[in-house]
Write a protein of this length. Structure first.
Length: 131
C-alpha cells in the first residue's frame, strides 16, 4: 500500500530530469527482462526505489529501503510460478505501464495497474492490457 502513495506523489513531484533518469532505469529493466533474467530483480528494485525517490517523501523511501529484501523474496517466489515467456512480457508491460502513467501524470491508469497486479491469482492472467 505504500507504493500507491509513492506513485501518486511521484506523479505530482517528478521533474523532467526525473523522467529522463526513470526512463534509463526502465530501459535497463527491459534489457534485463529480455537478456539477463538473473539480474532482473536488481533493476526491478531500482525502478520501484526511484518511484519512491520521485515521491519526494523520505519516509516512503526509508520504508521501501527497509522492506526491499522482503519485497524481492516475495516477488521471486511469485515469479517462479509464471512460465518464463509470460514472465518476460508481463514484466516489461507492467513496468512500462507504470512509467507511462507517471510520465503522463495519469493516476488512474497507474493505480489500476498496481491494484490489478496485487490481485493476480492465475499465471495466464499475469498482465492484461491496460484499457
Amino acid at each position: 500500500y505504500l507504493e500507491e502513495a509513492a506513485f501518486e506523489l511521484a506523479i505530482v513531484n517528478c521533474t523532467e530530469d526525473d523522467l529522463v533518469e526513470f526512463k534509463m532505469i526502465l530501459n535497463n529493466l527491459i534489457e534485463a527482462a529480455k537478456n539477463d533474467p538473473q539480474n532482473f530483480r536488481k533493476y526491478d528494485l531500482d525502478f520501484h526505489r526511484y518511484i519512491n525517490i520521485m515521491s519526494g517523501n523520505q519516509l516512503l523511501l526509508t520504508m521501501f529501503n527497509m522492506t526491499e529484501s522482503l519485497f524481492a523474496s516475495q516477488m521471486d517466489k511469485y515469479d517462479s510460478s509464471i512460465p518464463e515467456d509470460e514472465l518476460m512480457v508481463g514484466r516489461i508491460r507492467f513496468h512500462t505501464n507504470l512509467f507511462n502513467a507517471i510520465a503522463n501524470h495519469d493516476v488512474q491508469s497507474g493505480l489500476k495497474q498496481i491494484y490489478w497486479y496485487r490481485g493476480v491469482s492465475e499465471a495466464k492472467d499475469y498482465f492484461p492490457e491496460i484499457e
